[in-house]
Design a protein around this ligand. Sequence first.
Ligand code: PMV
Length: 342
Amino acid sequence: MIKVSAPGKCHLIGEHSVVYGEPAIIAAIGKRCAVLAKKSEDVIIHSRELAAEKKYSCAETIEFANNVQKLWDSCFEKKDFSELFELMKKDGMNPVKAAIGKALVSMGVNSGVVVRISSDIPIGAGLGSSSAMSISIVKAISELYEKNLSDEQINEITLGVERFNHGTPSGGDNSTCCFGGLIWFRRIDSKITIKSLKEEIPYAMKNFILVNTGRPKRTTGELVQQVRGLPDVFRTPRIKALGNIAVEMRNILKKRDFKKMKDLMNLAQKNLAELGVSTPEIDKLTKSIMATGGAAKLCGAGGGGTVLCYHEDRERLVRTVRESGYQPMEVELGVEGVRIDE
Ligand code: PMV
């Protein structure tokens, strides 16, 4: 029996633009997904969040992952992942089954696993719940079957799993859940840069609050596809602007210039809203926070989900969030990545 856990994540900057080769700054958050796993002949999944339990044969699980991979390949050719997303949404267990199947195939394991999943990360809120789950499952299987894969290898397999869930993800989410801390992430074609910002930004990120505005109607993959569907001439300048904001954000965080950081967060929100991934609720909340001299931006794919809020006067921020009808979520930023828990 082994227990593995991984943190969720929160984009300080760079969601969506990261899909187009621009950089992102992403923090691991103090909410984790835990997976308790043991070897078994079959694949048995217990999910606390889905309040469900399912049993599949090992062969069936591997065949499912192989079929999902074939479907991903054909969707990639068509540049339309709708059919894949439909399949993954059809049954809440499908993403878990696919993750386990992909891990078994990638590691050449011909046996099953019992997994018990429990997570503190709100599902579908832009906080990397699926990445944290997938990375924990892949690491647990590697440890159980003594494959002793490095975190880099675990991360690579998990990116394959993330493709099943999101079509063409950047890999930023799973990398943050894997390595933890505060990371600079950039992917240009197949070249990936993952840099810890621990030395440049060694201090604790204070006065940030997360607010969950509700479960998005569309998935991350669907929202990424929606942005891709915008005319190039409209999308590209906004994506470039977000990329420039990320570069500037890294510099000003180094200098601890929080006044400028607020401007950058608000500018990012403006660009994301223009890309069509904000909602009336998020617009209202971000405007209320800006009106008090704070900053707020959506976080992750959008269409609902989490808003990252900042104000030097934390009490005031909490008050504004509450007055807007939301519950502030106080979380630590920059926590440890995937790990084996005792
Ligand atoms: O909504 P989340 O937590 O899955 O974050 C998605 C971030 C995007 O930039 C929109 C997509 C990606 O693959 O990086």
